[in-house]
Structure formats: C-alpha cells, structure tokens
Write a new protein. Structure first.
Length: 201
C-alpha cells in the first residue's frame, strides 16, 4: 500500500487488522519519523451503530489517563471529516497467546505478577478493562533477556473499559467481553455487579 496522508503529521503505511468494529493501520509520524499505530472505527460498523463513536471516544479518554510503562501509549487524537482516530505507540511484540509455550515457569510467574500490578494501577485510576485475555497482552521476548528474567509487555485494547467509582454500578444485563475469558457476572446470568474483581477473574 502506498503511503496515504491522514494530515500533515501522519501517513498510513499499511493495514494491520480489519475487524467488524475497528481498522488498525501501521502509520508514520512525519514529525519524528517514527512508526505508530492508527486506530479508527470501521465505517461499516458506524452505519448500524452510530453510538460506536461515543464508545471509541471513551476509550481514548481512558487511555489518555492511563500513563504507565506497561500500557499502550496514546500519542494523539484526530477528528477529521466526521471520523475519529487514535494515534498510539507501535509496540513490536507478540500476543501472550502466541508465545506462552515459550515461557519457562519463572517468566510466567514474573509476567503474572507484573500484569496484576499493571491492573492494580488501572483499577486505582477507577477503570475496569473488562476484556483481559492473552491476545490483549503483547510481549517482547527480546527485552533484557540477557540481563534479567523480566519480560517487557503492553496491555492493550480498552474498547470495553469503563470508568467507575464507589457509587457506580455497571449493568450486567448484556454480554460484554470474550466469552472464554469473562467473569460470571459479565455473562448477565449471574446477579452480581461488575467491578475491578471482574478483571482478575
């Protein structure tokens, strides 16, 4: 794909993924000459789900507040021609689902502990992710491997996340998250409120 100008600051290099809800592109920040990720709503999804733009903006608002070394970084927000795009860190890692069998027990324990600490930060900010699963944890296996047992990773995709406080009760009347990984209360069949504990399930 030839580079396509989004504006004077960003050019699309190639499409990385194409889901029913979002389109994700590898792009170039022309100011820094760094590769970045551009994420936008699939126009076909918006035709039937106009409220999708509000959920997308909510994700951007939450990411903007979550500045943490293990959470994917939001660099910029673009609104153009009734379109809304997020410019994010391009993290060259593989999903935990892809590389889990390559981790020894020490690294698995370290990663489990580190993801929990990252979620503790998220929850302290009043956010619940609601879609924690191996494909939403990107791991860089080459980071510091000769020096330490630590593994660099990023928690991604806050599309279902919510800002809550002690007075907030999230509805569990409809299914949210990925069925194989969601907590019982997220299914809507269990009469129990959704909160930070749902992420830990």
């Amino acid at each position: 794909m030839n580079k396509i100008n989004i504006n004077e600051n960003y050019k699309i290099i190639k499409k990385i993924s194409n889901s029913e809800i979002t389109l994700v592109y590898l792009s170039l920040d022309t100011k820094t000459n760094k590769e970045v990720i551009l994420k936008k709503i699939n126009p076909k999804f918006l035709v039937q789900n106009i409220e999708g733009i509000f959920h997308f903006k909510k994700e951007a608002k939450i990411l903007k507040e979550l500045v943490h070394p293990n959470i994917i970084t939001l660099y910029d927000i673009i609104e153009k021609d009734h379109d809304f795009m997020m410019i994010m860190e391009y993290y060259q890692g593989k999903s935990l689902m892809e590389i889990s069998t390559r981790l020894d027990i020490e690294k698995k324990i370290w990663l489990f502990k580190s993801v929990c600490e990252c979620l503790d930060f998220v929850h302290d900010k009043g956010v619940v992710h609601l879609d924690i699963k191996p494909s939403h944890i990107l791991v860089n296996m080459t980071h510091n491997q000769k020096i330490t047992n630590s593994i660099d990773f990023r928690l991604i995709d806050f599309g279902l996340s919510h800002l809550i406080d002690k007075n907030t009760v999230l509805s569990n009347k409809s299914l949210s998250g990925t069925i194989y990984y969601i907590s019982p209360e997220q299914t809507g069949f269990l009469n129990r409120t959704i909160d930070q504990r749902s992420d830990l399930y």
